[in-house]
Structures are given as C-alpha cells and as structure tokens.
Design a binder for this molecule. Sequence first.
Ligand code: SAM
Length: 458
Amino acid sequence: MISFPGNFKTRMQNLLGKDEWNDFAEALQQAPPVSIRYNRHKNAAPQDADKVAWCAMGRYLTTRPAFTLDPLLHAGAYYVQEASSMFLEQAAVLWRGQTGLRFLDLCAAPGGKSTHLADLTPAGSMLVSNEVIRSRTAALSENLTKWGNPNTVITHNDPKDFASLPDFFDVMLIDAPCSGEGLFRKEPAAVEAWSEAHVKHCAERQRRIVSDAWDALKEEGLLLYSTCTYNREENENNIRWMTQQLGAEVVHIPLQAAWNITTNEYGYRFFPHKTKGEGFFISLLRKKGRSLSSASPMSSPPKPFSRGERGGFLPSLSGEGPGVRTAPAWLNGDFTFVREGFYIYALPDYLVHDVFHLQQHLRFLQAGVKVGEVKGAGVVPAAALALSAALRNDAFPCADVDLATALRFLRREALALPHIEKGYCIIRYQHLPLGFVKNIGARSNNLHPPAWRIRMNI
Ligand code: SAM
C-alpha cells in the first residue's frame, strides 16, 4: 500500500479531478505490468504475447521471470522496459523517409530509450548516447554494446558541453531527470524523495538542461522531451517555456483513440489507470528556423583519434594472429578500423567524419564496434564484436550451447568444447552470440567481460 507524500494527493486531484483520482490511486495498488521490447536486428521472434499497441516490438509478459538468468537478455535480444516509454516510437513518423540523420540522447543511462532510438534511426544515421553521471555510464555502455547497433557513440559530458556543436543534431531526446511521480508503484524511493521543493528543483534543472543543449539542435530539428512524472511544472509549464523562450513549436504525434493516452496542446501523458504502463509524459517540439538542408556545415575538418592512428593497424591484423581472421572479414558493411591506445574500433564508413569531428568536442567512451585489444602480434576479439548486429555469421567458429552451458559462460566459468576447433570461438544460445571463448583444446578460456558476469545464484 503506497502512502502518498505531502500534498501529492491534492495536486493529483487538481490534475485529474476527484473521481478519476480514485481510479488512479487504485491502479497504483496493483502490481506494475511487465513488458519487454525486442531488438529488431537480432532476429529473436517475439513471443506469442500481448502487444504494446504503440510499439511494434513491445510485448507484455504475464509474469516477471528472473531476467538475469535468461541468456537472451545478455545477447541483447530484448530490453526490459516499461511500456509507456515505448511511445517514443510514434515520433519516428516525423523522420520516416529521411536518411543520414544525427540523433542525440542527452540523458541516456541506463539506455532504455537509446536502445529504442538505435532501432528507429534511418539508414546512414548516427546516435550519440550521452550520460553525465560517470557511475551510470557502465550500465549504458553494457546495454548499448549488447544491443549491437554499430551506429552508436557513447559520450560522458555535461549538457553545456554540447553548446560547442551548434546546429549539429537533427533529433534530440531529453529524457530529463525528474521527480519520478510516475514510478511510485515500482520504486518506493521515489515516494520518499518526493516533495514540492523537489518538483520545483527538478523543473528548474530541466530548463537548464534543455537550454544548455538547445544550440546543438539544428533549426527545424526535433526535440523529444520526456519525464516520468505527472505534475505540470516539469511538463506543460516547461514546454510552454520552451515555446516562449526558445522559439520551439509543439508538433503533433498521430494517436489512436483506443490507446487512451491523455493529451493536450503541450504533450502526451500516460496514467496507469488508463494505459497499461507507468506514469510518463512526452512532448515533441520543432526548433523554428531555416530548413534542414540549409543548416550550417561542420565548422572544422575531421582529425583522427588523438592517441591512435586511422586504419594503420590493419597490416598487423592480416598476419598470423592467434587464430583470428583478418578484420575486414568480420563485419557486414563498410567499416573503417581505428586504433585508440590498445583497442581497435570499427566505425561505419558514413560515421567516420562525424566521429572525428565530435571527438574534438566531447569525452568519448566508445564509438562504433569495439573489435578487440591488440596483444603482441594479434588481436583478442572483444565481446562487443560478438554482440554486434553487423557481425558476419561466418566470421568465427560458433558453439551452440544449451541453457546450462550458456549460464556457465555468463558466469565466466571455463567451458570444455572438445568438438570445436582451437582458437577464438563464439558461444551462441538459440543462435544468438553471447561472447567469445578461446578454445585451447581440453578447456577454453572465457572472454566474457568480468563486469558483466552473472553473480546471481542459479
Ligand atoms: N533515458 C534513460 C532510459 O531510458 O534508460 C533514463 C534517463 S533518467 C530519466 C535521467 C538521466 O539524466 C539519468 O541517467 C541521470 O543520470 C541524468 N542526469 C541527472 N542529472 C543530470 C543533469 N544535470 N544533466 C544531464 N543529465 C542528468
């Protein structure tokens, strides 16, 4: 039973009306629905489950399984995400038919909406997924790596750092830190942290975040602004402020009446007594100005990675590495290989120019596909390579394993694979790669990243 803090009830009654408040309060006493969103690029057939009406790959589950013990989660086959947030997908109609767009997810960790956006980016596009709080970047990096879209760049910057990239992004998502009223039934900590002062603080911080990043949006570019809270201060009032102070205009997202989403001139609100999901608010805005095509070009020519060399490592890969094939045979598509310290990354060719430009302005955590680490004369392949949606099926020998063996792999235990040739081998579960082992005959060394190891008792 949730005990509502302070005058939250009065405020919600003002928003909803007293009759609807009872339905709302009752919904909050129910268990939250469980939903997942499948990865478009990993060929995991959606289960025979109820669809999330506004998201093609979204499904409700009837029970909450022990997700940690499902290898398909670790393979990036799906992401566990509450359903209301998946409405983001409906905005994609605004960029349908376009190619080569630049997306920024400014407040991205742990990566729910970034993994979704990665699926919604049209051909030739880039997604910059940014998180300012360092301790939250590990989860972001793990989730995006497992999702496997090679067009993603992960950065660790304050929103104001993006001011040095004027007119750069076509689409910006600001899923702002908020007072979390929409999470009350899932996160008791959100109930405890709530106060009117906190709402006011969040609303001011949201305006600061939006205004800090605003210049980086192209004129005619789109801003998706969202929160998981109900109050007007953090939602409608902020949207009105964006229209009055920043010259934004609200853009309509087509809706179906059956979805039961509450809408007004500023955006779309999800209430748990009306839609099957948690509390959520989203608005789509356009930056008024010149047309997209007339936006200014990039300010300076690209420069290579500061500490590395562009493509220079390739000759050393084509020799007698420890069981690896030449780099170009590993990935589908056209990639440029770059070296950063001891690590090698593969960037889709169309991304190279932008990545080198961005690197002069932002703190990079990773870009494209992390291919591996240079050790001696060879390269030890990285987990990210196995998990990349661009990996060629025939790039490495594969071992298809059962559930028990997959879980042993994910716990970083050594596996015995006597029937597989020696060298680097991909462990697959239900045909989806989980990562690498190095098979040395009697046993194999497990190359699953230590930080990703399952620690839960099985
Ligand atoms: N978009 C994420 C997702 O779908 O998984 C959830 C983002 S969460 C609502 C808000 C994020 O904003 C958090 O990752 C938090 O660390 C970050 N954040 C907190 N303070 C911030 C600030 N002052 N500027 C930018 N981001 C901030």
